[in-house]
Ligand binder design. Structure first.
Ligand code: HEC
Length: 247
């Protein structure tokens, strides 16, 4: 009997471990997200709308829905977070025509609505923290997460400029360069800790827009479980009542 119970529990836990192992990306660091943290989402929205929507769209997301989900008054959104349209009922379109963007950057900036789901939050978190000085690139910057990317480091004023540091290691008698980490060579307006926090908020917001229904679904799930628990007790009491006379 005990064996069966252990097997049952193992079978129940198996999908969870498979799920945990899947998804995500091979990025160096993992990002710790909480899409129910409204303050974090609001901070993320501020960065996203100020620094990203000039090149990227998030065309499956509406301003009005975001305002409601984040608990922001519509006037606040209209005044502070809407730069490409006047209507709160609009989707988050981009100011720059994609053809122009392609010509300027060599590659059209992708729509960002679903990117947190398609590329994984960890990848975006690492991407935004991995720009480093590289004088051989036209923009003077390269990126360790997406090598030779055509996206400029748009948050350089916040993060500052960092350089990649390498050390020489012997591998099978040959010297190789191994990446050790980044070193800030020109400070930005944020400390490295503050910048990491800001990127967590940004990725949190991008994860939210990639699946806004998740906020409601997870709340609903809790109610379903509470309902089932209450219902189980009721059903048990009812059973006691019915069987009282039979015993
Ligand atoms: C000046 C224009 C510009 C701005 C502003 C900009 N991007 Fe980009 N972004 C690009 C371009 C161009 C690409 C395509 C890069 C490539 O594939 O090499 C890109 C690609 C990306 C990608 C996909 C990376 C991948 O792995 O394929 C992500 C994620 C991204 N941007 C996030 C952001 C975020 C977040 C912001 C705001 C903080 C932002 N971008 C602001 C131009 C921009």
């Amino acid at each position: 009997m005990r064996k069966i119970i252990v097997l049952l529990i193992a079978a129940l836990l198996l999908p969870a471990s498979v799920y945990a192992a899947g998804g995500g990306s091979a990025g160096a660091d993992r990002v710790d997200l909480d899409v129910h943290n409204r303050v974090s989402l609001q901070r993320g929205a501020r960065i996203f709308h100020n620094y990203c929507l000039s090149c990227h769209s998030a065309q499956y997301m509406r301003y009005g829905r975001m305002a409601d989900d984040l608990g922001l008054p519509r006037e606040v959104v209209e005044e502070n977070l809407m730069f490409t349209t006047d209507s709160i009922y609009d989707t988050m379109t981009v100011a720059m025509p994609p053809e122009d963007a392609e010509q300027w950057y060599g590659q059209a900036p992708p729509d960002l609505t679903l990117i947190a789901r398609s590329h994984g939050p960890d990848h975006i978190y690492n991407f935004m923290r991995s720009f480093y000085r590289d004088d051989e690139r036209p923009s003077g910057m390269n990126n360790r997460e997406l090598s030779n990317t055509s996206m400029p480091h748009v948050l350089v004023e916040l993060q500052g400029v960092q350089e990649a540091v390498y050390e020489e290691v012997e591998v099978n008698g040959e010297t190789e360069q191994r990446f050790v980490g980044f070193e800030i060579v020109r400070e930005g307006s944020m400390s490295p800790r503050e910048y990491d926090r800001a990127m967590t908020d940004l990725v949190n917001y991008m994860t939210y827009i990639s699946e806004p229904a998740r906020l409601k679904r997870e709340k609903l799930g809790l109610w379903v479980i509470i309902f089932l628990a209450v219902f189980t007790v009721l059903a048990y009491l009812l059973k006691q009542e019915y069987w009282k006379d039979v015993h």
